[in-house]
Design a protein around this ligand. Structure first.
Ligand code: DQA
Length: 145
């Protein structure tokens, strides 16, 4: 089961960026743990700070992979283009956030993407990604590709 974890802007700085909110662990380090804990999944991850590159990646995998775990960072709150891309592809997308966006500034309470995702997970630290993978493990979304 091929699953892509797609990280948007500034998430390359996890472990160094606003540690009180996002923690002190790098995503690469956490990803190694996920690979060990989900041996039956073909996990990959990709990060970009650029909206168009994230959209290209959604197009690239979105007709063949079984699932996408998407943390679009601040594009969550702004990007009509990313919401259109999620609508355009077949692969189900689960939106994740490390922080509890509803406990933060009002502009983070709105997601442009959530309505087109299978669901959203927010506020569990890096384990928001793990919970999204649990979903893909247990609920086996409709077979595609
Ligand atoms: C984030 C929340 C966003 O509001 C913020 O812009 C991010 C990270 C999170 O994972 O908590 O970059 O998506």
């Amino acid at each position: 089961m091929k699953i892509l974890i797609l990280n948007g802007p500034n998430l390359n700085l996890l472990g160094r960026r606003e540690k009180s909110i996002y923690g002190s662990r790098s995503f690469e380090d956490y990803f190694e743990e996920l690979e060990k804990d989900f041996p039956d999944m073909e996990l990959s991850h990709f990060q970009s700070n650029t909206e168009g590159i994230l959209i290209d990646k959604l197009h690239e995998v979105g007709f063949s992979y079984k699932g996408i775990v998407l943390n679009a960072g601040a594009y969550t709150h702004t990007s009509v283009a990313m919401s259109d891309a999620i609508k355009a592809i077949d692969t189900p997308v689960v939106e994740v956030h490390i922080s509890n966006v509803y406990a933060r500034e009002a502009f983070r309470h709105k997601s442009m993407l959530a309505a087109y995702c299978t669901g959203s997970i927010s506020g569990f630290g890096l384990d928001s990604y793990r919970l999204a993978l649990e979903y893909f493990m247990r609920f086996k979304p409709k077979q595609i590709g």
